[in-house]
Design a protein. Structure first.
Length: 127
């Protein structure tokens, strides 16, 4: 049996966190202090991949783009949860038997229910 963790066990993680934070702050301050500060009209102009700017960048575009992006992230994260289940499927059946299989089928059911809901709402249709 393993002894319970104490605060001292987490000390290396805290030290590493503060060293990383100190490195980031130090490099940001150093580059700000040591870097050149020459501002000109051309330097402050917007630049995008060598293409000349045209018009205002604040033009509205379809909310469908954001909806597709959010749905992709949502279903991508759910698929990530399926990977460990698929890799350890045999061990899951040995340890939990039918209960593990039922739990995953419930998860898959919710996943498919959400997918059919967005299909019914027409969230993936471009007009």
């Amino acid at each position: 049996m393993q002894a319970p963790s104490t605060v001292i066990d987490y000390l290396p993680i805290g030290i590493m966190f503060f060293v990383a934070l100190g490195f980031v702050v130090t490099t940001m301050v150093a580059t700000h202090m040591l870097g050149p500060k020459r501002k000109s009209k051309i330097k402050l102009e917007t630049f995008e991949c060598g293409i000349e700017s045209q018009g205002n960048a604040r033009i509205p575009f379809s909310i469908k783009y954001f909806l597709i992006a959010i749905l992709f992230v949502l279903f991508d994260v759910e698929v990530i949860f399926l990977y460990p289940w698929a890799v350890n499927f045999k061990e899951l059946l040995k340890e939990q038997g039918a209960q593990g299989l039922i739990e995953m089928m419930v998860f898959m059911g919710f996943l498919l229910l959400g997918f059919f809901y967005i299909m019914k709402k027409g969230a993936l249709k471009w007009e």
